[in-house]
Design a protein around this ligand. Structure first.
Ligand code: FEO
Length: 161
């Protein structure tokens, strides 16, 4: 049985993962409308992953005898100045998500919830990947993208692990 503090923070993460998904969908649609299908594909794939993360939280809460509550999501931003601004935002958002995953681990330690401590480790590792993946895109963008967006857009999917 989940302790109330753990159940609460896990439920808050459903909203954060779901919002990440709609934010990346919004970014994907923006990129698609600006003629960057590769960038859009990268972001659509990212949105799909975030939905999978959200589902993992829903499943885990219910499996542990808690009650997953499906939230509404804030309307995401829909315009970006350029790709640099957009991907800086992706990295910043992933750092924010990493912090919230760490807080879940912290709460489960305080509450002596060993199962959640164990379960959340997958997300701890996943966040290392997510931040590194966003950083890799930014590095590539700085290297080639500014002068050749065509090549950047064509090759971005090769950066996905
Ligand atoms: Fe589910 Fe990108 O954090």
């Amino acid at each position: 049985m989940l302790k109330p503090k753990v159940e609460k923070i896990l439920n808050e993460q459903i909203e954060k993962e779901g919002f990440s998904s709609v934010l990346y969908l919004s970014m994907a649609s923006w990129a698609e409308s600006k003629g960057m299908p590769g960038v859009a594909q990268w972001l659509y794939a990212q949105a799909e992953e975030e939905k999978m993360h959200m589902l993992k939280f829903i499943d885990y809460i219910n499996e542990r005898g808690g009650r997953a509550i499906i939230p509404g999501f804030e309307k995401p931003q829909s315009e970006w100045k350029d790709l640099n601004v957009l991907f800086d935002e992706v990295l910043e958002h992933e750092r924010y998500i990493s912090d919230s995953i760490n807080k879940i681990l912290e709460t489960s330690i305080k509450e002596s919830d060993f199962a959640t401590q164990n379960w959340i480790q997958w997300f701890v590792a996943e966040q290392v990947e997510e931040e590194s993946s966003a950083q890799a895109v930014i590095d590539k963008l700085n290297l080639v993208g500014k002068n050749n967006l065509y090549v950047f857009d064509r090759d971005i999917m090769s950066l996905r692990s």
